[in-house]
Ligand binder design. Structure first.
Ligand code: GDP
Length: 498
């Protein structure tokens, strides 16, 4: 293991009040001692106790003062990396931080690779891999949920869960091995049934984690949402209200996998990745502008369709096209312009849909929005309609984007739809990492093999092999079974100084 001393700027590369240069390794104290002087201009760093912070100066080789600083000393093993660590708090100008970093390098440190401090924390055994990844997720959290679940993972929620499952699997492997080694004393009679029960239990737990991954990743990454509807129904008004809501954080990004522009709108707990909003903002009709085929493709990729209808106008052919498109997707139909004289209501929409998709659809009124919290305005009565008799959930609510009516309810309804009203910040473990999800899928496959071998009455060493591979797959999550390559790849995605 490398024990050389690394250094990096740990704070953002922008002008700010304070900048921190972090130094970690065997020689961290010795190196900073060369360039730090206390108020009496003495080099006293090596005398300081661990976990203390000191006022003084960073000086050049010729002892000219570079900056006024506070330096904190954290001795091994009680530091982030478990190595001797010194943090120099200097003035947060980019030039100053870079200058001090270069002085630290001259004194003997090497520049850290991205994520190298956290990698050391992992390699030195202070945190497992799932916790190390949580550190990164905290830094990149886009919404309240992502933040809270990452903090929980950093505390070890995923680690604890995975460790427990691995222990259970290991117990069975050990039992089979000992029985095969010592058949006179350990009997495998009746064991197959017990292992079958155990396998079911493990598969159940893996399934629970996988279920949480679907919610978890959508919460973390955002719900891919598209707004559709004819021109002039209020699509851009809706988008503007959502983007302008208190606590909404709007970021423009080019859609990565989908060659479509996305705009990220974070509304407290939830993040909506609004697809292809450019067209909407120009008040062009998305369907008209990009063609029905492309619109269909976008809608197919979306997790959620917001279909805006002008409820003061009758239905026409374009609406019929859109209705065909939404049959099969998670949809919320907004009966917009509800401040005007009503021409369409929930029932008339269902009648039209019955006509088009020729099914026996009916309306159900849902009075209690599960995600509702106290303190909402009276006129945001928390009820909505659901269309029954169709596979995908289609909900209907009345809105007025002019009067900003029904918007709060829309947000609550989205929470109800995707998280069953239970955005839980309690003990629930959410898997939010694709790498973890894949490892759990692999483990599940192996456990299916175990079950198959048991059902086919195969000899014991058959299932012990598959148990072992389930054990190894789960180990990947916490970093017990990963090679250097993967470790390097994971940490290379980190930011500098972390
Ligand atoms: P888009 O073409 O679907 O994006 O529709 P816009 O958001 O540009 O709205 C078209 C027109 O309808 C504008 O004049 C809006 O002021 C008006 N409008 C939008 N929402 C409402 C509403 O809820 N009630 C009323 N009365 N007018 C609305």
């Amino acid at each position: 293991m490398k024990t050389d001393t690394i250094a990096a700027i740990a704070t953002a590369m922008s002008d700010s009040g304070i900048g921190i240069i972090r130094v970690s390794g065997n020689e961290a104290v010795e190196i900073v001692n060369k360039i730090y002087q206390n108020v009496h201009r003495e080099k006293t760093l090596e005398k300081y106790k661990s976990h203390t912070i000191h006022y003084g100066f960073i000086v050049e080789e010729d002892e000219t003062v570079v900056d006024e600083v506070m330096v904190s000393v954290m001795k091994a093993p009680r530091s982030y990396t478990m190595e001797d660590t010194v943090e120099i708090n200097c003035h947060g100008g980019i030039l100053m931080m870079k200058k001090i970093l270069s002085i630290v390098m001259k004194a003997g440190a090497r520049i850290a690779e991205p994520g190298e401090f956290t990698k050391r924390a992992f390699l030195n055994g202070r945190i497992d891999l799932s916790r190390a990844e949580a550190v990164m997720d905290i830094i990149h959290a886009k919404n309240e949920f992502a933040l809270q679940s990452s903090v929980k993972q950093l505390k070890g929620s995923v680690f604890d869960k995975i460790k427990k499952l691995r222990e259970e699997i290991l117990y069975e492997i050990a039992f089979i091995e000992s029985a095969l080694d010592d058949p006179e004393h350990i009997s495998l009679e009746g064991y197959q049934e017990r292992l079958l029960d155990k396998s079911e239990h493990i598969i159940l737990n893996l399934n629970k984690l996988l279920d949480s991954a679907d919610d978890g990743m959508m919460l973390k990454e955002g719900i891919h949402t598209v707004i559709v509807g004819k021109p002039n129904v209020g699509k851009s008004s809706l988008l503007n209200i959502l983007a302008g809501k208190e606590r909404a954080i709007v970021t423009d990004v080019a859609g990565t996998t989908r060659d479509i522009l996305e705009e990220i709108i974070t509304l407290g707990d939830i993040t909506l990745n609004m697809i292809d909003t450019a067209g909407i903002r120009n008040t062009e009709d998305v369907v008209e502008r990009i063609g029905v085929e492309k619109a269909r493709k976008i809608s197919e990729e979306a997790d959620l369709i917001l279909y805006v209808i002008d409820a003061s106008m009758p239905f026409d052919e374009s609406d019929r096209d859109i209705i065909k498109m939404i049959a099969g997707k998670n949809t919320i139909i907004l009966l917009n312009k509800s401040d005007l004289k009503e021409v369409l209501n929930e029932q008339s929409v269902v009648d039209i849909m019955n006509d088009i998709v020729s099914e026996n659809l009916s309306l159900k009124k849902i009075d209690n929005c599960q995600s509702a919290k106290e303190g909402l305005e009276k006129d945001e009565i928390l009820s909505y309609h659901k269309i029954e008799g169709i596979d995908n959930p289609i909900y209907l609510i009345k809105t007025s984007t002019k009067e900003e009516y029904g918007i709060e309810r829309l947000i609550l309804l989205i929470k109800d739809m995707f998280f069953h009203g239970q955005l839980k910040y309690n003990d629930e473990v959410y898997i939010t990492n694709v790498r973890h999800k894949e490892a759990i899928l692999d483990a599940k496959k192996s456990m299916f093999e175990v079950r198959k071998s048991l059902e086919m009455n195969m000899p014991e060493d058959f299932y012990s092999i598959d148990l072992m591979s389930a054990y190894v797959s789960l180990g990947m999550i916490i970093g017990e079974e990963v090679g250097d390559d993967l470790v390097n790849e994971i940490f290379s995605k980190f930011c500098m100084g972390k």
